[in-house]
Each structure stands twice: as C-alpha cells, then as structure tokens.
Design a protein around this ligand. Structure first.
Ligand code: PMP
Length: 417
C-alpha cells in the first residue's frame, strides 16, 4: 500500500522546522525534495569513482561511464523510449526546448512556417519561439483556454494547417494543473505533417508517461522536479527526428573527427552532449528514477488524485478563496493556484511561510496565462508523493489565520480590503 507517511521518512529535509514549526513543503511544482538514496548516489560518486566519462581507460573512468550510461538507460525505460540513443541529457527542460529551437528550428523553419503553442505555456516554451520568430519570420499561433481552464480546441482546424511545422504544448500546466490531451493533439498534428514537442516538466514527475502512448516526437523534462538533483534535464527524441537536427553546441565529446577546418559528428545521443556532462547529477537522477519506479507511477498518480480532491474540497470551504483550473481531479495534477480576496499573493506567501507552509507566489513564469486569468499573480500549492492530508489541513487552517489577521483585522480597522 502507498504510504506517504512512511515514504517521507526517506527525505531528511522533511524533518526540518522553519520559524519554529514543522515544514509543510507545498512548492513541489518549483522543485521537489530529494530522498536519501539520491543524496547517497551523489556522495558515492564523488567518494568512490569520480572521473571523466567516455575518455579514460582506467577503472574509475570506466565505472563513471558505465554509471552515467546506465542512468540514461533507466531514463529511457522510464518513459518507454525504444532505446537510450533518443535520450539527450541537457541542463533542464528549458535547455531541452531551446535545443529544439536552435538545432531544428534554425535549420528547418522559414518565413511563413507556423509553430502552434498554447496560452498556458511556461515561459520556457514561449521565449525560445519568440527568439526564432524574430530571427526567421516564423509565425506563432496559440490554442486558447476555456473559462474552466482546459485547452479550447473548438478552432483547432483553423489553427492547425499544412503551414504548421511544430506543435509544442505542455502536458500539464504548472499553474492550472490541467492535463492536456496530448495524444489527440499529436494525432491531429501528424495529420498535417507537423512535429510534436511535449513539455513534460510537470507531467513526467507525477504521471505514468510513455512516449509511444503519447505519440509525441520530442519530450522535455527536468530531474529536479522528480526527486533528482538540479542541473540535469532530458530531451527525448525519436531517433529519426533527432537525426534531422543540426548539432547544437560544438566541442569535445560530440565529434567523430576534427580537422583544422571542419569536423564530423558523433552518433546519437553524444552528438548533442558537447563537453564534460553533469556526471554526478545524471547518476543521481538515475537513483531518483529507481525510487519512482520502485513506488510505481500509477500509485504516485493515484495518491495525488486523492490528495487533490481532498485539497479542492477543503479549500473550497475557505471563504474568499478563488481557485483556478479544472475542478475534476482526474483531469488535473496536484498543483492548485489560488487567490485570497483582499490579500496580495506575495503577502499570502510570506504569512504562510511564517506558519511553516512553503507555497509559491507570483506569475509562475506564465505571464500570458496570468493575463488570460485577469490577475497579476497567484499563490500556488503543489503536492508530491510525500504530501499528506494533514499538511493540506495545515494549509487550510493557516489560510483561515491569514484571513483573520489580514482581512478581518483590516475590516475592524475600517479599512477597505
Ligand atoms: N515547463 C513547465 C511546465 C514548468 O513547470 C517548468 C518549471 N517551472 C519548466 C518548463 C522549466 O523547467 P526548468 O526550470 O527545470 O528548465
């Protein structure tokens, strides 16, 4: 049985107190905490077999190379990729998306070509395309959002045409929690010959994700949101698709032969990994994947659906609280953005922190979405496999206290709030 309370014991940081009270960590959409197994994998690498990969013939170099490549193979299995050659290790999701814009977009896109995005994208799936549009005259189009927080697919036929070369869409919104119908979008995109890139930064950590089931060509995600270290991300690509990319960064490791005036390039995946990679963090990411696989992603998702329904019910009892995004927990992840009437989200975040509750407040790197919602910012609570119902209770009682301190005190003082 999935037991979040037992799982928590494997995360040393969750024992922490802040401001003299136990930490309630509800900022998992920003980054997750790390289990002891991941911390141990880092220490083990640096204390026993720290060496550069793919170069040395000595024992330590061979061990480091084997561990680094084993992490890549684990990642491939975790997302149902046919083999490790389609798994490119990057710094994060942002770099993975930029890699597509630079290595594919600059080579293949021309004036008049279109890239289809959505109004709920994170800036990391908007700005790389802005740069490309400014340079190459590519037209950007956007799928809108319904008032319930779903993608509005009513005009998809008009948005998706033979001019569309790429559909790049988030699998799960980092603000609304919405889980998008990526498979359907991929089918429709492929019918017009467009390529499909999925931003899996929020979905891969929380849902079972299989690239063959999704039908996508490319998938980007980050280790640090799924129990692994910062500094490692993934661009998965179907090898036939990656073969059409130009090299990204040039230098050591990504070449086959170098002459004074030209080079030939290594096979996949190394062609896209110039220089010494982030060896330690990639190996520890492999340990994170083992941890998640050990629990089972179906179980992780089930736990989060239960938590999200519990949280939506409890939060809807708080007077003056506006919750954004779909109401149905089956169609959303454990990310809940909200605003409390009369309290700026930054003040709300600061007051909650005083009570030990860590949430995020701001635009969540989704300014176009904030405009669509008609707010400058929101607070956001986000859950993970170690989150408990008791922690959601603490969030709710803390919100009630904030209301008491802030809103009701303001009313008593005769201030308009
Ligand atoms: N896309 C989404 C949906 C995200 O939530 C995030 C992280 N907030 C990113 C992309 C960017 O991830 P990273 O900062 O790890 O590159």
């Amino acid at each position: 049985m999935f037991d979040a309370r037992a799982i928590r014991k494997q995360f040393p940081i969750l024992e922490r107190q802040v401001h003299g009270v136990p930490l309630v960590y509800l900022d998992n959409a920003a980054t997750s905490q790390k289990p002891q197994a991941v911390l141990d994998a880092l220490t083990d690498y640096y204390t026993r077999y720290n060496a550069n990969v793919h170069r040395g013939i000595h024992t330590l170099a061979e061990e480091a190379t084997a561990a680094y490549e084993a992490a890549r193979a684990r990642i491939a299995r975790f997302i149902g990729a046919a083999g490790p050659e389609g798994v490119l290790l990057t710094r994060n999701t942002t770099e993975a998306i930029n890699l597509v814009a630079y290595a594919w977009g600059r080579r293949h896109l021309r004036e008049g070509d279109e890239v289809l995005l959505t109004e709920m994208e994170h800036h990391s799936n908007l700005v790389p395309w802005h740069l490309l549009a400014a340079e190459q005259g590519v037209r950007l189009r956007h799928i809108g959002i319904t008032d319930e927080g779903y993608l509005d697919l009513s005009n998809l036929d008009e948005l998706l045409t033979e001019r569309t070369r790429l559909v790049s869409v988030t699998h799960m919104s980092n603000v609304l929690g919405t889980i998008n119908p990526v498979r359907l979008l991929a089918e429709r995109a492929h019918q017009v010959g467009a390529m499909v890139l999925v931003d899996g930064a929020q979905s891969v950590p929380h849902l079972p994700v299989d690239v063959a089931d999704l039908g996508c060509d490319l998938l980007a995600f980050s280790s640090h949101k799924m129990l692994g270290p910062t500094g490692v991300g993934v661009l998965y690509g179907r090898p036939e698709v990656l073969e059409t990319f130009s090299p990204f960064l040039g230098g050591g490791e990504m070449i086959q032969e170098v002459y004074l005036d030209h080079s030939t390039y290594a096979d996949l995946p190394h062609r896209f990994e110039a220089g010494t990679p982030n060896i330690a963090d990639a190996i520890a990411f492999g340990a994170a994947i083992d941890f998640l696989s050990g629990l089972g992603m179906e179980q992780v998702r089930e736990h989060e659906v239960a938590l999200t329904s519990y949280a939506l019910r409890a939060l809807s009892q708080v007077d003056g609280l506006t919750i954004y995004g779909p109401q149905d927990p089956q169609h959303r992840g454990g990310v809940i953005a909200f605003n409390l009437e009369g309290v700026h989200p930054h003040d709300l975040g600061t007051l909650l922190d005083q009570m030990g509750v860590a949430v995020r407040a701001g635009h969540h790197c989704a300014q176009p979405l904030m405009r669509r919602l008609g707010v400058p910012a929101t607070a956001r609570a986000s859950f993970y496999l170690y989150t408990t119902e008791e922690e959601i209770d603490v969030l709710v009682t803390s919100l009630e206290k904030v209301k008491e301190f802030f809103v009701n005190a303001g009313r008593r003082a005769g201030r308009a709030v």
